[in-house]
Design a protein around this ligand. Structure first.
Ligand code: SF4
Length: 416
């Protein structure tokens, strides 16, 4: 509905700059709503009514900012009117004199969130119940264009599946990392990993896409979703079919059991493909995959997000990676700045820079130092990000630069 409402909407035809809206309907944000111009989080209020938390002014790039809530609850019928009010304030006061300062995040920052909210609410007072108000009939019309697969009720467990889990360690590892619970008993959601070691993160060949299409047609009601983590999802697969799906996905190189682990890297195309790049991203991702190619060790490290961008445009979302790597240009040479402590999702936060940048060849060692410091300091079952939050970045920083100095010193000694 937002797409239909916004296409050819006059308020959209001369905005100061590009504009992106993200929506999530899940308790855990999977749509990065806090780093979009408008983020909408659907939820129920205390009375059980459906509406949206509205977040405005998020964005990464050269001025990374986490969006701010301007309304805790806008009733669903009013959401387009409320978005229209936001756009009107942006259209009136967003800067058009400087492309770098034209995004809505800069306006929200300049006005302050309280004043921005006041202005939006003042516009909304005029727009409320206006022509963009949603109705049940309109929601039903649009919903009717999206066929939900009819999922026949199934028993929650499957004896053959349980037997495969018990007999086959590799299958069990894949189920643990790449298969997620489904709201309907007897079904599961499957993540097809596009993070095979040695392959550019997110890359998929034409042949693999054929296999994905076959898997979707044969086992997932013809549905495929892509994630911003650069993987593919088969949203509804019968639990009883998981073993066959795994075998076929594995044969196609799409079943690396590393979802959410260190090698499930988000990487932009970087200098290999992008003319805006300061540095290459993909070789850095591949070098880190090579260094951490032991799955048991990856499982021991646990959940961690590592994001790489080849320039400050931040297409690889490095600011919100638990570890973020940014390609920078230093006198024509490629270097990499490292941040830690960033997070996406409900508690989105920007990472902090740990210090001076590194040469490409140093990056696997830098990541090793960060991981070793985490392992030495973590509490049992603590994730990397939780350790960083608990102890701060200083010990990570000290470890990385001390070990780097030792390496450089050893190299100089060897060269004497
Ligand atoms: S972050 Fe920079 S290098 Fe990477 S794809 Fe975006 S513009 Fe290109």
């Amino acid at each position: 509905m937002i797409r239909q409402w916004s296409t050819l909407h006059p308020e959209f035809s001369f905005l100061p700059r590009k504009f992106k809206i993200a929506i999530t309907g899940a308790p855990n944000d999977r749509a990065a709503v806090k780093i979009h111009d408008i983020g909408l989080r659907m939820h129920r209020n205390a009375a059980g009514e459906i509406g949206f938390e509205v977040i405005v002014g998020g964005g990464l790039g050269r001025t990374p900012i986490i969006g701010e809530e301007i309304s805790a609850f806008v009733p669903w019928r009013q959401i387009l009117n409320y978005c229209e009010a936001i756009l009107r304030v942006y259209n009136l006061y967003g800067r058009r004199d400087n492309a770098y300062k034209a995004r809505i995040k800069i306006l929200v920052k300049a006005l302050g969130v309280a004043e921005f909210t006041r202005q939006v609410e003042a516009e909304f007072a005029h727009l409320k119940d206006g022509p963009s108000t949603l109705t049940e009939a309109e929601v039903a019309r649009v919903a009717g264009r999206f066929d939900d697969p009819v999922l026949a009720p199934l028993p929650p467990t499957d004896a053959a599946h349980e037997a495969h889990l018990a007999a086959d360690k590799a299958f069990a590892a894949w189920v643990r990392r790449n298969v997620r619970a489904h709201k309907v008993a007897g079904y599961a959601s499957v993540v097809l990993s596009l993070k095979k070691h040695g392959v550019a993160p997110g890359d998929v060949s034409a042949d693999q896409f054929e296999r994905v299409a076959e898997l979707a047609d044969d086992f997932a009601f013809g549905e495929i979703r892509s994630t911003h983590e650069q993987n593919l999802v088969l949203p509804s697969v019968r639990v009883a079919d998981l073993h066959t799906v795994w075998q076929r996905a594995r044969a196609a190189g799409l079943a690396t059991p590393n979802i959410g682990l260190l090698t499930d890297i988000i990487s932009c195309p970087g200098g290999d493909f992008c003319t805006l790049a300061n540095a290459k991203s993909i070789p850095i991702a591949n070098a880190i995959q090579d260094r951490f190619d032991d799955l048991d060790y990856l499982y021991d490290i646990g959940e961690i997000e590592l994001n790489i961008s080849g320039c400050m445009n931040a297409c690889g979302h490095h600011h919100v990676g638990h570890i973020g790597i940014l390609g920078v240009d230093k006198n024509g040479e490629e270097f990499y700045q490292v941040t830690i402590g960033g997070t996406q999702g409900n508690h989105a936060a920007l990472g902090k820079v740990i210090g001076p940048s590194f040469a490409a060849a140093e990056m696997p060692d830098v990541i090793t130092s960060l991981i070793n410091n985490f392992i030495d300091n973590r509490h049992e079952d603590e994730r990397f990000i939780d350790t960083v939050r608990r102890i701060g970045i200083d010990s990570f920083k000290t470890r990385v630069y001390a070990e780097r100095a030792a390496r450089l010193g050893a190299r100089e000694t060897a060269n004497v």
